[in-house]
Every structure is written in C-alpha cells, then in structure tokens.
Design a protein around this ligand. Structure first.
Ligand code: SF4
Length: 158
C-alpha cells in the first residue's frame, strides 16, 4: 500500500509526551462530559458494526497513529473494510481505554443525538487545536481505512 498519509509523522508526533498527554486530556474530558449526560449503553454492538447500521466512524490520522502505538506489539489483525471494527469482540470494544473520540461520544440510545453532535464538535475542535499548536499535519478519514493504512505502515516503518 502506498503511503498516502504521513503515518511516519503521526507516529513520531503521537510518541511525543506532550502530544500523548494532550490526547489523553481530551479523552478524559470527553469521558467526564459524557458521564454528566448519563447515556445508557446496552452493549448492542451497533456502534462498531458500521455497514449493518449505516453508521460510519471518522477519525483523525493522529488519533489512529496514537491508537496503533498503544496496541500490544504483537497485535495482528486484519482490517476488512466491509466488516465491523476488528477490535469489537463479542459485541464489546476490546480496546475501550484507547478508543478514539468518535467511539467515545457515539451512543445508539434515542434522544442523545443532539448533545452527541455538540460534544463531538467541541472536542474535535480541541483535537484540531492540538494539531495547530504542534504543527501536526491534519487529516480526517474513515476508521477502518485509516486503521488499515496505519497498521501497514507500523509494521513497515515502526
Ligand atoms: S475501537 Fe472499539 S469502540 Fe471504536 S469502533 Fe473499534 S470496537 Fe468499536
């Protein structure tokens, strides 16, 4: 696969402690904001079974590079662009602590969509600011597509 995105740059940036901490701070803050909203998760698995439920997840390249760096070194998954997220196991996220912003904010519970959108925009803006502060190239892409590229590039370049 060609290096269509600057994965080496994102890997280097996401290993920087300041950027690592910045990402963790944003994830902690969205976690607290969601706790205050009090949505219910029934572990239906819908959120990660994209094609079946007509829901797509978009993530920044930096977050994907960071996520891949947090995975155990021997992680060996195949990303199928038509299948659910490869990290969903028995309907649950197997990487709950490191899941990206879009995964943290999405709930299939009816009546939560308005605040989800507001929170998503607010925290996505914080991610954009993090990119600007550190002069990080910005790109936003479909999760499985980006994951596939990042994993390929991790094994080639990591
Ligand atoms: S990382 Fe976890 S929450 Fe996000 S799509 Fe994959 S299984 Fe679902």
């Amino acid at each position: 696969m060609t290096d269509q995105h600057p994965w080496q740059d994102w890997q280097r940036f996401s290993a920087d402690q300041n950027i690592h901490q910045g990402i963790c701070r944003i994830y902690d803050a969205i976690g607290q904001a969601i706790t205050q909203k009090g949505p219910t998760c029934w572990a239906s698995g819908k959120c990660c079974n994209f094609n079946a439920y007509g829901h797509l997840l978009y993530v920044t390249g930096l977050e994907i590079a960071w996520y891949v760096q947090q995975l155990p070194a021997d992680t060996d998954v195949t990303v199928d662009l038509k299948a659910p997220c490869p990290f969903q196991i028995d309907g649950l996220c197997s990487t709950h602590d490191i899941r990206p912003l879009g995964c943290r904010v999405y709930f299939c519970q009816q009546g939560t969509q308005d605040w989800q959108q507001d929170l998503y925009e607010q925290f996505q803006q914080q991610l954009i600011e993090l990119h600007k502060q550190h002069d990080i190239p910005y790109a936003y892409m479909e999760w499985r597509y980006g994951l596939s590229e990042a994993l390929d590039n991790r094994f080639v370049n990591g």
